[in-house]
Design a protein around this ligand. Structure first.
Ligand SMILES: Cc1ncc(C[n+]2csc(CCOP(=O)(O)OP(=O)(O)O)c2C)c(N)n1
Ligand SMILES: CC(=O)[C@@H](O)[C@H](O)COP(=O)(O)O
Ligand SMILES: [Mg+2]
Length: 587
């Protein structure tokens, strides 16, 4: 058992001899535990150097070795769900020496990527896609006469999503050669929530090492052949179970039990805290002061508002820590709902709550809101329901890269009639806009970015007015008037860059605050005195806030010019958020 993260590269002679899975397949069974030990040591060291997803990878070291040992990868397909557990897989498939570049600009991607390696069968980042994708591969191979195996590895958290069940429902009624491995560690990022998690955990306790008839019944009812639960850290259990499942044709299900953070004592004890790591700083490095984030500010706002209004209900689809509902969930457990990885359900559940007079607030990452687009339109907006969306991680998110970037929410939302969309420039504005959205009697969204902004000291109680203050719907703020004939129109957290630009060039500076309703009155005034607008947003240019301005000024017959700054029409790869912003916006 490791107790701390090595800062010097450990000696891993057996692992060093494995450049590809073919090298692994030359080992004897009895060497595999030693390889697992060395793989863990290297993983601890490399993630310590780079930061990144941590606990999930430690939990699948044996499974990863066993799969590459038994399968003929890359012809056989391994499909990882979410992909945050893929570091051991990357290390065994020719990328060991590149691991120190993971998540950095130009380095290895944080998740599996088809264009990075033939061993990465399917690109991921969002959860619960593995069974569908694996089924597609298995069916296509079968139709093409290829006798391959396809394995989907899905966690107990990812299995809570409807999409996973849609795929199970379909797969079971094909004769595809697909094996679904359920990696059950009884954890999502937080504790795994819901009836399924409780059912699996309860059955496991009763099973005591033998086959679980009750769990089997669930998957066999869907026409899978079920094996399990088995100890996913024990090669003596894992190898025969996998061999047996892979030797059969048709849909197979193997239930393995693992420990998140396995082999590293602090992560086994605190799997939530060790879901992901920031990189280790050298011992003598000056301590960085941790600034509160926009998410922390939202958490304070939620707690404060819940204290004032009993009707408030807080909802998260499995991101309690990330979206910071921690204090609220502890203070108001009966009004807190972690609905598991179920973004679609989160929104329609909120719609139902609103129908019955509650005041739901859904905290949701922009990238995961993509999952719930129809629910936003059909269940919330058409019925003008009073639901507030706190759209977190909006804009570029840095090291998680393109899969997690929240670049599309404005474009997706601004065509929805009646939806109010706000873009706070800093934390104080975020607080005011959350108040505004909360008191607005219809659907509203406040989008804010990952990390901290320029005004971290949002209401602390000393400014009572600010605690309850709202802003006028659809009104921007004229911050300064310049004489260059150009106005910079800011939407969101890049206000300090917008200000710099305005000051350097004597431009007028406006913080537009609302994407919808757009402040067309203010724009009409500015159009009379300015010949050029520059819009600025942390969002895709196509369809974003600048496009909303473009639509208005074009229809108004303005003959000025418009420059739109934002995220260009390309995927922005993993890098620090500052590097990404520099690449996109500050040209
Ligand atoms: C659609 C979607 N929602 C939320 C997330 C955030 N997320 C990433 S990993 C994770 C927990 C996954 O739990 P599980 O599948 O059991 O994997 P484990 O970490 O336990 O190995 C969550 C909620 C995501 N990646 N995708
Ligand atoms: C894999 C996944 O989806 C999450 O772990 C995500 O990486 C968390 O991102 P934050 O660090 O922004 O919460
Ligand atoms: Mg899990």
């Amino acid at each position: 058992m490791f107790t701390h993260i090595p800062t010097i590269r450990p000696e891993t002679p057996l692992l060093d001899g494995i450049n590809l899975p073919t090298d692994l397949r030359r080992l004897a069974n009895i060497q595999l535990p030693e390889l697992a030990e060395q793989l863990r040591a290297f993983l601890l060291y490399s993630v310590g150097q780079t930061g990144g997803h941590f606990g999930a990878g430690l939990g699948v070291v044996e499974l990863t070795i066993a799969l590459h040992y038994l399968l003929n990868t890359p012809d056989d397909h391994i499909v990882w769900d979410v992909g945050h557990q893929c570091y051991p897989h990357k290390i065994l498939t020719g990328r060991r020496e590149q691991m120190l570049s993971i998540r950095q600009k130009g380095g290895l991607a944080p998740f599996p990527r088809r264009d990075e390696s033939p061993y990465d069968a399917f690109g991921t980042g969002h959860s619960s896609t593995s069974i569908s994708a694996a089924l597609g591969m298995a069916v296509a191979d079968q139709l093409n006469g290829k006798n391959t195996k396809t394995v989907a590895i899905i966690g107990d958290g990812a299995l809570t999503a409807g999409m996973a069940f849609e795929a199970l429902n379909h797969a079971a009624h094909t004769n595809a050669n697909i094996l679904v491995v359920l990696n059950d560690n009884d954890m999502s990022i937080s504790r795994n929530e819901g009836g399924l998690a409780t059912y699996l955990a309860k059955n496991l306790k009763l099973t005591k090492g033998s086959r679980s008839e009750t769990t089997a019944a669930l998957f066999e009812a869907l026409a899978f052949e079920y094996q399990g639960p088995i100890d996913g850290h024990d090669f003596d259990a894992l190898l025969p179970a996998l061999t047996s499942a892979l030797s059969k044709s048709g849909p197979q299900f193997l239930h393995i039990v693992t420990k998140k953070g396995k082999g590293f004592q602090p992560a086994e004890t605190d799997p939530v805290g060790y879901h992901a790591l920031t990189k280790l700083e050298p011992i003598n490095a000056p301590q960085k002061k941790k600034q509160p984030t926009f998410a922390n500010n939202f958490g304070r706002w939620l707690l404060h508002t819940a204290q004032q209004d009993k009707k408030l209900i807080g909802i998260t689809p499995a991101m309690r820590e990330g979206s910071d509902l921690i204090a609220f969930s502890e203070a108001f457990p009966e009004r807190y709902f972690d609905v598991a990885i179920a973004e679609q359900h989160a929104l329609t559940f909120a719609a139902g709550l609103a129908c019955a007079g509650a005041k739901p607030v859904v905290a949701i990452y922009s990238t995961f809101l993509q999952r719930a687009y129809d629910q936003l339109i059909h269940d919330i907006a058409i019925q003008s329901l009073d639901v507030l969306l706190a759209v977190d991680r909006a804009g570029l998110v840095g090291e998680d890269g393109a899969t997690h970037a929240g670049c599309f929410d404005i474009a997706a939302m601004r065509c929805i009639p009646g939806l109010v969309i706000m873009t706070p420039a800093d934390e104080q504005e975020q607080w005011l806009m959350l108040n505004t959205g909360y008191h607005y009697p219809g659907p509203a969204a406040v989008r804010y970015p990952r990390g901290s902004g320029t005004c971290p000291a949002a209401p602390d109680g000393s400014d009572e007015a600010l605690l309850t203050e709202t802003v006028p719907i659809g009104k921007g703020r004229l911050l300064s008037t310049g004489d260059s004939g150009t106005a910079v129109l800011n939407f969101g957290p890049l206000l300090s860059d917008a200000r710099k630009l305005a000051e350097q060039e004597q431009h007028t500076l406006v913080d537009m605050r609302f994407v919808k309703p757009l402040d067309t009155e203010l724009l009409s005034i500015l159009m009379k005195t300015h010949q050029r607008f520059i819009t600025m947003e942390d969002h895709a240019i196509q369809g974003g806030a600048g496009s909303a301005v473009a639509e208005f000024v074009t229809q108004s017959g303005w003959n000025g010019t418009l420059k739109m700054l934002g995220i260009p029409d390309q995927w922005i790869e993993h890098a620090s958020r500052a590097e990404q912003l520099k690449q996109c916006l500050i040209r």
